[in-house]
Design a binder for this molecule. Sequence first.
Ligand SMILES: *Cc1c(COP(=O)(O)O)cnc(C)c1O
Length: 375
Amino acid sequence: MSLSARPIRARFDAAALRHNHAVARRHAGAARLWSVVKANAYGHGLLRVATALREVADGFALLELEGAIALREAGFRQPILLLEGFYRPAELPLIARYQLIPALHCADQVGALVAARLPQPLPVVLKLNTGMNRLGLDPGEFPLALERLAASGATSEISLMTHFACADEPAGIAAQMQRLQAMTAGLRLPPRSLSLANSAALLRYPESLQPAEGGGENWARPGLMLYGASPFAPAQSAAVLDLRPVMTLEADLVAVREIAAGEAVGYGGAFVAEHPTRIGIVACGYADGYPRHAPSGTPVAIKGRRVPLIGRVSMDKLCVDLTGCEKVGVGDTATLWGGMAGNDVPVEEVAATAGTIAYELMCGLAARVPVLDTE
Ligand SMILES: *Cc1c(COP(=O)(O)O)cnc(C)c1O
């Protein structure tokens, strides 16, 4: 039984998620995998995703302290990485109590950890800025931060990470790999582990999966690919990468009507029929997370056929052109993204058509959409 009367739902496919994790594992070789579950597991539900990965995940990475604590309280024993460390020193006792691993990205965080004098030393990750220029220690401050931490006794082990800006772009990772090399060559203290690759690098750049100098582990950090989307769409689709959609957003037709040539549809009359047209009204709108900027022509799958969106997406509804689909009627289901082969619309395709990325659509799934398990 659905949690809402409105005929809309997101289907969650745990088997697809585990399949995608296995694909990531295959690419990772000897490297281990942080399953990235920030932003409520990219809109899929943190505990739902973690539970589906319970037996296979090496660790979980996210940046919400409450989420990390929720994982611990739900009994997850894997390492948990806080990708942005802490925001206020007052969080440090909780980080220690729940055995979380903070990524420290600036000298202030290093100083705060040392000053906190926690009852036991913490494993930490130092985040290096190799060119993304958002978070991370610069080459000029990293050696001092490392020395300071090592001398403080505040840490039980120190790992290193960096994040790529262009792993999914033609520019690639070479420039950042070079800077990383320069920053880490000949370290007096070899890091416990190295963590570099997001989904795109994991899929495309095996050099980002090499062990740390001194033989330490390498941990990749796949997010997007676990949820079944390709970082390289449309050039390389998810299907080509053997990734399966984990989230399917679907809603039923709540009305069907015929309109005459010259009639307009929806707000602003943005779509005008050129000939007699059969219109389907689908119970999904931008308040459900469907992108309002999706233009006429964005594909929607119904009964194994692709039909075009027409007119403006409204808050609770969108319209499709059902001309020629005489067998489709009220109560039939429209797949807005995801779905099974033969009745599918890749989320990357909807995103590209609407001028955004798959990440934003997944993360933007509205709380009012009930999520149902496929299994
Ligand atoms: C979100 C995030 C990832 C995962 O990136 P994907 O492109 O989704 O694979 C990895 N590392 C960090 C630091 C992140 O913030």
